[in-house]
Design a protein around this ligand. Structure first.
Ligand code: 13P
Ligand code: SF4
Length: 301
C-alpha cells in the first residue's frame, strides 16, 4: 500500500481530520481534508466533527485549533515546527503600553504564542486584520507581533493611532526591493502578488496584497498569465494546481519557511499511529488565550 493510501486509511481508523496550511509541502496538502490560510483553518477547526485533528503547520496554528476545540485531541505533525515571529513581543511591553494608553486595544496577529494571546484583546489574521481594526471602538491600537502587517493596516486606517512592535517574519521581511526588481527585469509582464508580512517598499511595488488564500484567489480570477509571488513557496502548489495555464515566479530562492517544511508525509503517518505530539495547554492559559480568538471570530463575522 502506498504511504498516501496508508494515511487515508488511518484517518478513518483513528477518526482524524487533517488540516494543512498552504506553506507545507504540496504532497502533504494533497492528503489534507482542508487546506487554507490561517483564518480559514481557525474557522474549520471549530467546525470539524472528528475526534482528532492532525495539524500540518506550525505551533501557533495547532494551539489555536486546540483553544477553539478544547474537547478534541489536536496533534502537531512535528512539535518542533515553531514560528519565530510568534515569540517576538516582550510580555512586559504589553503591560507598559496598557499603562501608557489606558484605552488601548491589544491586537494580536494569530502568529503568536498562547501566552501572548492571553495578554491580548483580540486576534487577527492577515485576511481579517483590516476589518477587525476598523470595527474596534478604540482609537489606540497596539498591534503585535508583526511590524509589517501592522504598518500595512495602519496606513489604511489614518483615524487610528497605531503603536508598533518590532517583530517580523524572516521569510517575508527577507524579500528586498533588489530581489523584486531583478524578478521584474526577468519577467516584465508579470503582476506582483505580495503577502502583507512583507516590507512596506515591497507592498508599494505590488499589484495585489493579501493573505495566502487571497493571493491564490486573485491569481485564479485574473486575466493575466504571469505572476511574481512574494510569499512562501508552499502556495505555488495550489496556484499551479488551479491555474495550469499560468506561470508563477519566485523572487528569490530563500522564500522558504524551514519550520513549515518539517511537516512530511512520513511524520503525518507516524503521528496518527503513535498519537504523539499532542497539543497540551494548561487550563488557565486555555481560558485566557481563547478569548481573543473567539473575539476575532465574532467581530470578523
Ligand atoms: P495566512 O495564511 O493567513 O496568509 O498566513 C501566512 C503565514 O505566515 C502563516 O504562517
Ligand atoms: Fe512564521 Fe513566517 Fe514561517 Fe509563517 S512563514 S510560520 S510567519 S516564519
Amino acid at each position: 500500500m502506498s504511504l498516501v493510501d496508508e494515511i487515508m486509511e488511518l484517518k478513518e481508523k483513528t477518526d482524524s481530520v487533517i488540516l494543512a496550511h498552504y506553506y507545507v509541502d504540496g504532497a502533504v496538502q494533497d492528503v489534507a481534508d482542508y487546506v487554507g490560510d490561517s483564518y480559514f483553518l481557525a474557522k474549520k477547526a471549530k467546525e470539524v466533527d472528528r475526534k482528532n485533528i492532525i495539524f500540518c503547520g506550525v505551533s501557533f496554528m495547532g494551539e489555536s485549533a486546540k483553544l477553539l476545540n478544547p474537547d478534541k485531541h489536536v496533534y502537531m505533525v512535528d512539535n518542533s515546527a515553531d514560528c519565530e515571529m510568534a515569540h517576538m513581543v516582550d510580555l512586559d511591553k504589553i503591560d507598559e503600553v496598557r499603562k501608557e494608553y489606558p484605552d488601548v486595544a491589544v491586537v494580536c496577529y494569530v502568529n503568536s504564542t498562547a501566552e501572548i494571546k492571553a495578554k491580548s484583546d483580540v486576534c487577527v489574521t492577515s485576511s481579517n486584520a483590516l476589518k477587525i481594526c476598523r470595527r474596534l471602538p478604540n482609537k489606540d491600537i497596539f498591534f503585535i507581533p508583526d511590524q509589517n502587517l501592522a504598518r500595512y493596516i495602519a496606513d489604511q486606517l489614518p483615524e487610528k493611532n497605531f503603536i508598533f512592535n518590532d517583530g517580523f517574519c524572516h521569510v517575508h521581511h527577507g524579500i528586498k526591493v533588489a530581489d523584486v526588481n531583478k524578478a521584474k527585469e526577468l519577467f516584465p509582464d508579470a503582476e506582483i502578488l505580495t503577502h502583507p508580512e512583507c516590507r512596506k517598499e515591497i507592498c508599494e511595488m505590488s499589484d495585489f496584497i493579501g493573505s495566502t488564500s487571497e493571493i491564490i484567489d486573485y491569481a485564479t480570477n485574473s486575466d493575466k498569465k504571469e505572476f511574481i509571488v512574494c510569499t512562501e513557496i508552499g502556495v505555488f502548489h495550489e496556484l499551479t494546481k488551479r491555474n495550469p495555464d499560468k506561470e508563477f515566479h519566485q523572487v528569490k530562492i530563500s522564500q522558504i519557511c524551514p519550520n513549515m517544511k518539517k511537516v512530511t508525509l512520513e511524520k503525518v503517518k507516524k503521528v496518527m499511529i503513535e498519537q504523539s505530539e499532542e497539543v497540551i495547554l494548561n487550563d488557565e492559559l486555555m481560558k485566557l488565550s481563547k478569548l481573543p480568538l473567539e473575539q476575532m471570530l465574532e467581530i470578523a463575522k
